[in-house]
Design a protein around this ligand. Structure first.
Ligand SMILES: *Cc1c(COP(=O)(O)O)cnc(C)c1O
Length: 414
C-alpha cells in the first residue's frame, strides 16, 4: 500500500502528547482535568475540551495536513486520544463536498451518508468510544433515535465494550436491526428520546453504564468538530457564507463552531464566519421557538413528532450553545413541516439523482425557503448537511408488476 492508502491513525507514533489542556463547562466556565471520565459539569451542562492551540499551530501546518490520507484521523492533533492503540476506527473517510445536483445557485452538499454506519454519528461515536476505551470504560448506554445507537453499537463492538441502546419504539426498523446485528442490547421504548434518556440516567449506577447521551460526555463534540475542520480544508480555508444544519441535540453545529474558533486562534482562518442556520422540523422545533423569542434556553417541546427521526429531539442539554452560535454568526433558526421535507427529498432524488435522508432534505427545503423569503441569496455560498444515507429510511412503495409470460408492450414504457 502506498502511504496515502494507509489510514492516518496507523501512521503516527504509538503515544503522543495531546494538546488537550483541560475541560471547561460551556455554561459556567468550571474547569476540570482531562484524562479522566466526566459526564456533565456540576451545573448539569456540557464540558468542552480545551487545547493549547499555539502549541498545536507550531506542530502542524496546512501542507503537512494536506499530504495526509483523506480520513478523519488526519486531524489527530485536534483530537484528545493519547494512545494510538485506543483508536477504534471503522474507516472514517473524508466526505464529499459537492455541488447540489440539479439546483441553480451556489449550493453545496456535504454528504455524510458515506461514513461508517451510514451517518455522521460515526464521527462523534468514533471519538467517544475511543476515549471511553482509553479511560477504561467497559459498558456504555445511550438513548437514540437510531443513528447514534447504530454508531455506538458498531464502535463498542469493535472496542470490546458492551453497549445498551434505548430507542423510541417507532424508530426506523433498519436502525433497530442494525444496532442488534452489531452486537448491542437494544430496547424499544414507548416514549420519545428524552424518555429513553431518563431510563439511561436512572439505571446507570445499578448497571455501571457510562452515559454516552448527546453532549453528556465531552468527546462526541470533538468527533463532530471534524466536520468543521474538513469543511474549512475542503473550502481552501475560506469558510462559506451559510451552513444549513439539521439540528437535534446540536452536537454538529456546536462542534463546527468550536472548530472555526480553534482554527482562527491558530491563525489558519480569519474572523469571517458562515451564518449558522439551525433547521428543525415543524413538529419539533424547540430551538426555533427559543431563537424567535430571544431566550437563552429552550423549553421542552410537547408532543414532538416528525418523520425526520434524527431531529426529533424535544429538549437539548446544549441548547444555549446552539443558540449562541446561531446568534453570534448572524444566522437564524427555521422550521420545516414534514410534507415540505419529503417534497424536497423527492425533488432532489428525481432531478439530481441524490437520495437525501429526511433530515438532509429538511436543510434543502430550508434553503429554498430562505432564498424565497430573502434571508439568503441563491448566490451566497451555502452548504447543506446530508447527515445520513437516505437508504436508512422508509421509502414509498414502487415498482410496476411485469408478467414475462405475456407479450410485453414496450411502447407503453415511457
Ligand atoms: C443525529 C442526527 C441529526 C442531528 O444531529 P445533532 O448534531 O445531534 O443535532 C441530524 N440528522 C441525522 C440523520 C441524525 O442522525
Amino acid at each position: 500500500m502506498s502511504d496515502t492508502q494507509v489510514p492516518s491513525w496507523t501512521n503516527v507514533l504509538e503515544q503522543r502528547p495531546t494538546f488537550v489542556t483541560n475541560l471547561e463547562c460551556g455554561l459556567s466556565g468550571e474547569e476540570v482535568a482531562s484524562d479522566r471520565l466526566h459526564g456533565l459539569s456540576s451545573v448539569g451542562r456540557p464540558f468542552l475540551v480545551r487545547y493549547n492551540l499555539p502549541a498545536l499551530a507550531k506542530s502542524l501546518d496546512k501542507e503537512t495536513l494536506a499530504a495526509r490520507p483523506p480520513d478523519m484521523w488526519r486531524y489527530r492533533e485536534f483530537l484528545p486520544v493519547r494512545e494510538t492503540a485506543n483508536i477504534v476506527s471503522l474507516g472514517e473517510c473524508m466526505t464529499p463536498l459537492m455541488p447540489a445536483p440539479g439546483v441553480s445557485g451556489d449550493l453545496w452538499i456535504k454528504d455524510e451518508g458515506r461514513l461508517p454506519t451510514g451517518s455522521f454519528k460515526a464521527r462523534g461515536l468514533c471519538l467517544a468510544v475511543s476515549m471511553a476505551k482509553e479511560l477504561g470504560v467497559t459498558r456504555m448506554a445511550m438513548p437514540t433515535n437510531g443513528n447514534a445507537g447504530a454508531a455506538l453499537a458498531a464502535y463498542c463492538r469493535s472496542a470490546g465494550i458492551e453497549a445498551f441502546v434505548f430507542c423510541p419504539d417507532d424508530t426506523p426498523e433498519t436502525n433497530i436491526r442494525e444496532i442488534a446485528l452489531q452486537g448491542a442490547h437494544v430496547y424499544c421504548v414507548n416514549g420519545l428520546i428524552n424518555d429513553c434518556g431518563k431510563i439511561v440516567g436512572d439505571g446507570k449506577e445499578a448497571m455501571d453504564w457510562f452515559d454516552a447521551s448527546t453532549l453528556k460526555e465531552p468527546y462526541r463534540i470533538e468527533g463532530k468538530k471534524t466536520m468543521g475542520l474538513e469543511l474549512a480544508e475542503q473550502c481552501g480555508w475560506q469558510l462559506p457564507d451559510a451552513i444549513f444544519y439539521p439540528t437535534g441535540g446540536g452536537t454538529g453545529l456546536i462542534g463546527m463552531w468550536k472548530a472555526f474558533d480553534e482554527l482562527e486562534a491558530m491563525g489558519w482562518i480569519g474572523p469571517k464566519r458562515p451564518k449558522m442556520i439551525a433547521v428543525q422540523a415543524a413538529g419539533c422545533a424547540p430551538i426555533v421557538k427559543a431563537f424567535d423569542e430571544g431566550v437563552e434556553h429552550a423549553e421542552l417541546w410537547p408532543d414532538a413528532h416528525t418523520m425526520a427521526a434524527g431531529i426529533r429531539v424535544p429538549a437539548a442539554v446544549g441548547d444555549f450553545l446552539i443558540l449562541r452560535a446561531v446568534r453570534q454568526s448572524g444566522g437564524f433558526a427555521i422550521a420545516i413541516d414534514d410534507e415540505t421535507i419529503f417534497a424536497a427529498r423527492d425533488d432532489m432524488a428525481r432531478n439530481g439523482g441524490l437520495l437525501l435522508c429526511p433530515e438532509g432534505a429538511a436543510t434543502y427545503a430550508a434553503w429554498r425557503q430562505a432564498v424565497a423569503d430573502g434571508r439568503i441569496s441563491a448566490q451566497d455560498r451555502s452548504i447543506l448537511f446530508n447527515c445520513a444515507t437516505g437508504l436508512k429510511y422508509p421509502m414509498p412503495p414502487a415498482g410496476i408488476p411485469l408478467d414475462r409470460h405475456q407479450p410485453i408492450d414496450y411502447g407503453a414504457m415511457l
